[in-house]
Design a protein. Sequence first.
Length: 263
Amino acid sequence: MKKVLLLSLFTLTSFNAYAQEDNTDYELRTDEKYGYIIDKGGKKVEGIVRLNGDAMNPWSNQKKVKFVAVSDIDKSKKKQKFKTLDPDDIKEYVAFDENNEERHFEMIKYTNTKEGFNTATGGLSGNIKAFNNLTKSNQFAEVVQDGKIKVYKLYGYPTTFSAGGQIEVAEKETERMRNSPSYIYSKKGGKIEELTLAKAKIIIADCSYAKGKLTSGSYASLKNDEKKRSGLGRLIKSQIDDVMSNVPEIVEEVITDYNENCN
């Protein structure tokens, strides 16, 4: 196992070294929108914030971000150079994506053990995927709901290596991770935990307004918790996936309602 992890580290290091080779200059747009970063001292610095990932590799936004401060923009030059910042450099950042949608990321300390131990690719490829997830704790997570209950969207990290019969499996696993991020939360600045249907019912119970709606069955997103079981009493995987897929609706309906109506 030690040899596998060492090889994984070598592969990961080589991959990351390659991925960091991005010296593309940036040409200012006429409708440029400025985002900002919050540095380690809590200072807000406005500038152009460029997302490092996209729809195909959304997990890259969790590793680093590219930034040029307003004070460093030289309008006499056709193109500007970015600085690459990671979770050791800043606390948070706000950027605008290709659709001009505002995206807010915060540095958190969280290890995605669910993806770390879900080595669906198997073999060396699966071990590298486990390594990629279990060795990352400080990372940028996207804020999707703010308030007393703050919810983040967090993607797992795919394998950086696959060969032979593992290639097709690894590609399917990467596609699954791309479309199925985890949702994690912190209540009143407390510990960050994974948000599940069962946990959602617990964390809103301190508010009579939300608890009343839960009891009366008003929250449609909290009703899908019927669990079919096999003859051995184990959860059927498809049913688990159905329940987990309901979490975005829980965030939109229940957590939003709690943050807006509960003190």
